[in-house]
Write a protein that binds this ligand. Sequence first.
Ligand SMILES: Nc1ncnc2c1ncn2[C@@H]1O[C@H](COP(=O)(O)OP(=O)(O)O)[C@@H](O)[C@H]1O
Ligand SMILES: [Mg+2]
Length: 275
Amino acid sequence: MNEGEVVGLVGESGCGKSTLGRVGCGLYAPSDGAVRYRGQPVETADGARRPIQMIFQDPFASLNPRMRVGEIVGEAPRVHGLVASGEVEDYVARLLQRVGLDAGFVRRYPHQFSGGQRARVGIARALAVKPELLICDEAVAALDVSIQAQVLNLFLDLRDEFGLTYLFISHDLGVVRHLSNRVVVMYLGRVVEIAATEELFAAPNHPYTQALLAEVPRIDRRRRTFVPIKGEIRRRSHRPPAATSIRAARMRCRAAHPRRLCCAKSRRAASLPAT
Ligand SMILES: Nc1ncnc2c1ncn2[C@@H]1O[C@H](COP(=O)(O)OP(=O)(O)O)[C@@H](O)[C@H]1O
Ligand SMILES: [Mg+2]
């Protein structure tokens, strides 16, 4: 990921988006390979302060119900010594205001908030440790559409204000298109395509991306034909049958391992020839 960009990570449910996000911020250890942040392994990046923070789908499940919001947001910066203990209260109040909450809410518990407000508390908690990269895992999926838009706009405002970089995980292609500079498409635990957002939506390369974009629900289309991806998926643990629906690509796939991502200008898609 490049500094300051918003990368959207899409793919169907169960393809491994959350796992990738959790590996990325050091919550899970990778079974293979390495995760580096500014050249450093993620576990040790920048010592005590974690520059990578995660925002979860369900803020109700990820906020401790027995803690008041003041503690939830203020705990990490206090423990990591980012703010002096006498100043934590002011610090939390400022953060709450920044994410659009009343500073007087510090004494409330998570259940005393609406869904949108809880999402904002989750964002304030992540911002409290002055992160550089936010990994948002379906961060707005649980919210009403009108509240979603507000929270998405908050994300964009915060990016400008704090110079944040985002990995935005979502199954909602509309949200990803609206927010992202680049899109990464996952399929059965593998990245199959990476491209600039407009290029990807204009001309998807990989058959799975094509199928994903074709299935976006549209209000103006009543009668739709469903085109399944052709080919057999063997075992889930087996490597995905990349490019099964394009005969020519399939021939090339035999020669190249699907893990190899090949470049076409700024684009990469699995299993295309390295010519
Ligand atoms: N690269 C991978 N290889 C094998 N299994 C994986 C891989 N990535 C994720 N999984 C497994 O797939 C399941 C769903 O993953 P998850 O990350 O929750 O998907 P998503 O967030 O896209 O719905 C989990 O049980 C996870 O352990
Ligand atoms: Mg998930």
